[in-house]
Design a protein around this ligand. Sequence first.
Ligand code: FES
Length: 215
Amino acid sequence: MSPEANNGKLPVDRALTEGRAPERSAEEIPELHEVDCPPELRERIEQLMSRYPDRRSASIPALWAVQERYGWCTPEGIRQAAAVMRFTPGELESVASFYDLLHTDPVGTHRIEVCTNISCWMRGGDELLDAFRAAGEGEDVFVTGFECLGACDIAPMASIDQRYYGPLEAAEAATAIEQLRAGGEVLPEKALAKRPLAADLPGAGTPPAAGGSDG
Ligand code: FES
């Protein structure tokens, strides 16, 4: 409803009328022929945009696609995404610089986020982070501390190239970096993906015995 039709009496939901889009001039939006956007990246961003009624909602996944392509959100990658999405590079840059998992500076080939939030911190998360930093020194690895990664049951834990590992010992940091360098499997015995599902554990699905022990 426009403010006029509303007679100015009711609050107007700007998101439903004008949207939250900042004012932008068409000259600020790069044209596709001005950027050398790889066809696969363009296709992926267009496919992401098609999932949402407002193409703005695809900004984060589109930037993630840029990051996957180039290793980080390069200025040129952001321009390419902006051209496909019909945004200004500045709009996407502001999104990329807001989120910790999107990088607007070059980072290593491998990324390690060590959780230092409460559960992990209580079980040695700070020492684990120090150990990864020391082991990753001079390597093509980006190591950073991170807030809760949502896997507190395997504290202390870390995300290594987007896969979760835990509970980790500080001494395993050097092993993990060595395995990354060698291109091998990383700490297979600590990989969350390799843990058995609760449904697969012995006794799962067996109803408790009738009566109980506290009767
Ligand atoms: S506190 Fe570390 S994963 Fe939640």
